[in-house]
Design a binder for this molecule. Sequence first.
Ligand code: AHG
Ligand code: MN
Ligand code: MN
Length: 335
Amino acid sequence: MKNKVTTLGQFIIERQSDFPFAKGELSRLLRDIGIAAKIVNREVNKAGLVDILGEAGGSNIQGEQVKKLDVYANEQFIAALGSGGETCAVASEENEDLVPIDTLVSKNAKYLVCIDPLDGSSNIDVNVSIGTIFSIYRRKHEEPASILSEFLQKGTEQVAAGYVIYGSSTMMVYTTGKGVNGFTLDPSIGEFCLSHPDIKTPSTGNIYSVNEGNFKHFQDGVKAYLRWCQEEDKATGRPYSSRYIGSLVADFHRNLLKGGIYIYPSTKKAPNGKLRLLYECNPLAWIAEQAGGKASDGKNRILEIKPESLHQRVPLFIGSPEMVTMAEKFVSEGG
Ligand code: AHG
Ligand code: MN
Ligand code: MN
């Protein structure tokens, strides 16, 4: 049939055979994330109405407390993961400690979820794209006492990872290690529909994305790479264009499709950069690699870093493989 639409739900069921030993739990978990994303999307679209309905953090016309959107998103995702019954605990940017999911259905749950419920939150009030990032691991042992250490698995152990971008349209992009697929939300039917099958990122591009306001604080190698990006050179298409939204998901998504590099390096004040390994860098690193891209901390592959704590930060160089390799070269030579 021409123009056959594949919904996220159908696609997940079709791909269940990719996991011969799974009993459908991972598929159900992904479906639950899709449902929570639709609920958060609805609220994100209403964000412009806060002036009428009440300021986030203050109270609305009914005198009820209006939640900040990142707190709301966190609650929605945790609730969806809790009621689904496949998740044993959640590590979230919004919670200092692990959130154990202690419901009857999740007693023997096999999966651990790391999440940045709302990424780019400084852009919420100004109608700029924001996102959600998630990463899923399988539990290794059954003893509850070991849960924290099980969250500290390397990114190579992820079983699924993805993001939702609430942009000019809303998309969910994810991988289970067999390529990357993107689904666009069709609001008229309320379904994510396969729109970007088997995404591959260009091996090089002409976009670099970095907060250049921090230039003075970057190490010499990063400064030298950025100056190189700005040089004129016909053969390599330089100078590159500078594009920086300030929402990691949105900057990453654009570069994934068009080709480019996103950098959040270490600075003098923040030697490990700003971004979090578990729920920002690892999931996007795996998606980048699955699309033919590359992700590094300037030296090492992101996915091979052994995490030491839940909210650990790492510098991030991610995107088209040739561009990341070139940036690493400048970093190693120190300028
Ligand atoms: P979050 O909103 O989840 O705290 O993440 C913000 C992150 C990321 O989305 C973005 O790329 C980066 O912070 C921007 O930081 P700067 O303002 O320092 O450039
Ligand atoms: Mn974030
Ligand atoms: Mn966030």
